[in-house]
Design a protein around this ligand. Structure first.
Ligand code: ATP
Ligand code: MG
Length: 385
């Protein structure tokens, strides 16, 4: 980072966070605060919550304009819906929205262009370019409708299999699409009817509203969940339509088990918290007579992990692969550099040239599990105890 950029970052941060220049310098020296850039935009990203700003907050500036995109808040998970919903929401009706399984993207506008921010507060070049192609004008129109890019931002889920983060197949969005679920003014989510009007104004897509129920209507809640189980969908986010109370989330067994299967293919990457939290979900689900069952749970934990050990024992690599369609080779290089700059081990495997100059690029993300399993196979010893 050049001296001039650093000084600019100090000034912007001091102004937004409300600290003096000396303190802003100290904050910028922390490992949890990064200064990055994309196109002509510079930004500061908070890896941790800081001074009342949520984790994942981004502060961007360009040409004298500054934008603050607050971190998307964490949503509490429900284990026993019949208890949690009436306690949390009280009397008013709640909306059950589909929880889509992709990655969280906040979109903000700066000098007429939109930018896609991932959960951690980074502008993802791939997501930004692809979203602009799909909805560039619509996103600008939606922000305009809300009252302008200065104060508002949009939050939604990118789903489909063409992305570097979370690949889950949706028939209505097989490759790449964006489903809006919230709109924010400053750090505050707005009532759902305002979100819906903005979505309509921009010709965007929105997550499905599955039902509107009384929080204590257990029959109606479980009917929705059972439908999602059959369809193999992720779950619901339960929202107060006025957003007076923060939302809650609940996922299907199909998802708990599916996540375990995916995660346990890389057992030493996902960590112990990953496994335990999903086991806890199934413990309480089973107690309520709705669990996936011991055999399915056991298989989901064991089978993918054993398959990975088997692969490594044959000398094969253990990587996460994904394929992206990009406009040209420059976009491929841009993404490789982006991940390299973040220290994420993503490498380019192959490039296929399509008509019109576009390319299909295949990437591989190295996994810690490969090294860990190789070491276990060589020493015969556990790395854990
Ligand atoms: P946390 O919310 O605790 O940070 P997480 O990052 O692991 O958890 P999830 O367990 O996937 O996230 O649940 C919250 C996420 O669900 C949101 O951040 C958002 O990306 C996603 N999501 C999908 N559909 C919706 C929806 N309809 N409304 C709100 N969020 C949704
Ligand atoms: Mg998710």
């Amino acid at each position: 980072m050049g001296g001039a950029v650093f000084d600019e970052a100090v000034r912007v941060l001091a102004g937004v966070v409300g600290v003096d220049v000396g303190e802003a310098r100290e904050l910028l020296g922390r490992r949890s605060v990064r200064v990055l850039g994309f196109e002509g935009v510079r930004y500061v990203s908070f890896r941790r919550g800081l001074r009342g700003f949520e984790e994942g907050t981004l502060i961007a500036w360009s040409g004298g304009e500054v934008r603050v995109v607050h971190g998307y808040p964490s949503i509490r998970r429900v284990l026993i819906p019949d208890v949690a919903l009436p306690r949390w929401f009280g009397g008013g009706r709640v909306v059950l929205e589909e929880k889509m399984n992709g990655y969280n993207v906040r979109v903000f506008g700066l000098r007429g262009r939109v930018y896609a921010v991932t959960r951690g507060g980074l502008i993802c070049p791939y997501t930004t370019r692809r979203l602009r192609r799909l909805y560039g004008e619509g996103l600008v129109a939606a922000l305009e409708y809300l009252g302008g890019e200065e104060e508002y931002f949009i939050a939604g889920e990118v789903v489909g299999v063409e992305n570097p983060y979370t690949r889950y197949y949706y028939p209505e969005a097989p490759e790449f699409d964006y489903f809006v679920f919230d709109v924010f003014r400053g750090g505050e989510p707005l009532p759902l009817r305002i979100r819906d009007a903005a979505v309509e104004a921009g010709g965007l897509r929105r997550v499905r509203v599955l039902a509107e129920i009384e929080p204590g209507d257990s029959t109606a809640f479980w009917r929705v969940i059972e439908g999602l189980e059959v369809e193999g969908r992720e779950g619901v986010i339960v929202k107060d339509p006025e957003y007076r109370v923060p939302p809650l989330k609940y996922t299907t067994s199909a998802t708990n088990i599916g996540d375990l299967r995916l995660g346990m293919a890389f057992p030493f990457d996902e960590g112990r918290g990953f496994l335990f939290s999903r086991v806890v979900r199934e413990v309480f689900k089973s107690w309520q007579g709705r669990g996936a069952g011991a055999e399915e749970l056991g298989r989901a934990i064991l089978e993918p992990a054993v398959a990975s050990v088997e692969r490594v024992s044959r000398g094969e690599p253990l990587v996460e692969e994904f394929t992206l369609t990009m406009e040209d080779i420059r976009e491929v290089e841009e993404l490789v550099e982006y991940f390299a700059g973040l220290g994420v081990p993503v490498s380019l495997v192959s490039v296929e040239h399509l008509e019109g100059g576009r390319v299909k690029a295949r990437f591989a993300k190295a996994k810690e599990s490969e090294r860990e399993i190789r070491r276990i196979l060589a020493t015969g010893l556990s790395p854990l105890d």
